[in-house]
Design a protein around this ligand. Structure first.
Ligand code: FRU
Length: 477
């Protein structure tokens, strides 16, 4: 069986990983924490795992940085953030205690960290917020804090069965005493029905972007079955909204899914001092439980993505640093029409770039993780007639433990009538970007050792493919 652990994506050495937490850039080093249960391949008592990097591509793993202890986080240190409080790294996170029956107290806790961020200890004044303002809240979690003028501001996720999801805004002068300002955005005001937008919004992230603000949150709903095969049922998808912020409320101008693939959730944002906004999503496994047990670890984070604005439209692309992983390029220049397995391009970890002249193509397909006879393959396709980008993993694996499905998104050609496609493959994770506007993440688990080929199929004019290059990701040849 091929190895499925990505070479370059952040994954847990053993056990379970979910959301990225506490993203921080300190002394030139990026720190990424994450929800971590080293004891099991399923979700469980959450600690904060910790990795760091100076270049965003080579990560070093450190000991667990935040651990539950007797008191308001005895049941787990759920998601949160890290801020710099006059030189002291400070984690603000969700402390939980079990009430049984999958019910939890959810409070905002605060922990002070060592200067190198290796170890955080809960402050005795925790919890700094002891629960939600509404009694019937579905949850109250995932504080995201930033410096705002002389003080601090925080957004936190909540929601009710009747009214749907909501993001609350709080303010503080000292991180310890918090004043509720009101809903930054809620489903009722926005007219977002609970059916599609869930009964609670988790992991809100809120940053200035260009001349506007970006609000990201993840839709949670245990009342509606997840449309995603193998996805943990209450977890659905991540929404990104662009809009304006008047200091109290967020007025959205546009809303979209941050990723249209099946395996992307709970993204966390880091805004660098120069204004670049980076995002890491959690990509869960699309495998049966018994296969997970055999694998021994579960979940990885996506490559960091840079989010930006083009006018008022959200742009997204892999962070430029990801290109540092590229080995020697293979130009796919002389591609003939029809199906052509590209013998020269082979590997389970590749970076592929394609520029398609949409008007000249009727269909373009790139198959990766393909066995020589095509028995196994994962197909990324673009159909210019319908503007449909798809990721098809119905034949990704002969192993019945791996989820199938075909997923679609709409991509319009750019101003020049072109489509830029970028495919990042790292063993079991495929991240597809189109025109810097749409991203799709999917997990695939080929069973054959020879499922490492690439094939290109073009239906249309000879000149439909303007450019096609592939690079092996270094260290994975
Ligand atoms: C999102 C989430 C968060 C919570 C954490 C617990 O995946 O449900 O809302 O803090 O996971 O692990």
């Amino acid at each position: 069986m091929p190895e499925h652990r990505p070479h370059h994506h952040i994954s847990p050495p053993r056990g379970w990983l979910n959301d990225a937490n506490g993203l921080a850039l300190r002394d030139g080093r990026y720190h990424v924490f994450h929800q971590y249960n080293p004891d099991d391949v399923g979700w469980g008592t959450a600690r904060w795992g910790h990795v760091s990097s100076t270049d965003l591509v080579r990560w070093e793993r450190h000991p667990v940085a935040l651990t539950p202890s007797v008191g308001p986080d005895a049941g787990g240190c759920w998601s949160g953030c890290v801020v710099d409080d006059e030189g002291t790294p400070t984690a603000i996170y969700t402390g939980v205690e079990s009430l049984g029956n999958d019910r939890w107290t959810q409070t905002v806790c605060l922990a002070r960290g060592t200067a190198d961020l290796m170890m955080f200890r809960r402050d005795t004044q925790s919890p700094v917020i002891s629960g939600p303002p509404q009694g019937d809240a579905r949850g109250f979690r995932d504080p995201f804090v930033w410096r705002d003028g002389d003080g601090w501001a925080m957004v936190i996720g909540t929601g009710t069965d009747r009214d749907g999801g909501s993001v609350l805004l709080y303010r503080s002068t000292d991180l310890l005493t918090w004043r509720l300002i009101g809903p930054l955005l809620d489903a009722r005001i926005g007219g977002f029905a609970p059916g599609r937008f869930g009964r609670m919004w988790e992991c809100p992230q809120f940053v200035p972007i260009g001349d506007r603000h970006l609000l990201v949150f993840s839709v949670w709903d245990d009342g509606h079955p997840s449309p995603l095969a193998y996805a943990p049922p209450p977890l659905h998808h991540a929404i990104a909204a662009i809009g304006t912020f008047d200091g109290r409320r967020f007025e959205p101008e546009s809303m979209q899914r941050l990723d249209e693939g099946p395996d992307f959730y709970a993204p966390a944002l880091l805004r660098e001092p120069a204004g670049r906004v980076l995002a890491w999503g959690w990509s869960w496994e699309a495998l049966s439980e018994s296969a997970l047990r055999e694998q021994g670890w579960a979940g990885c984070l996506t490559f960091p993505r840079a989010l930006g604005l083009d006018g008022s439209a959200l742009t997204m692309a892999p962070a430029r640093e990801v290109a540092r992983l590229r080995g020697r390029p293979v130009a796919l220049g002389s591609i003939r029409l029809g199906s052509s397995p590209l013998g020269s391009v082979i590997g389970d970890s590749l970076d592929i770039e394609l520029r398609v002249r949409a008007g000249l193509a009727r269909r373009v397909e790139v198959a990766v993780r393909r066995s020589p006879d095509g028995e196994e393959e994962t197909v990324v396709a673009f159909d210019p007639v319908t503007s449909c980008l798809s990721v098809d993993r119905t034949r990704s694996s002969l192993d019945l433990a791996a989820a199938g499905g075909r997923f679609e998104a709409t991509v319009t050609p750019d101003r020049a009538g072109g489509l830029d496609l970028r495919i990042l493959l790292d063993r079991s994770i495929v991240e597809v970007f189109a025109n810097d506007r749409v991203a799709m993440t999917a997990r695939v688990y080929p069973s054959r050792a020879d499922s490492s080929g690439v094939a290109l199929y073009v239906d249309g004019d000879d000149a439909a493919i303007e450019r096609a290059v592939a690079w092996p990701l270094s260290g994975s040849e």
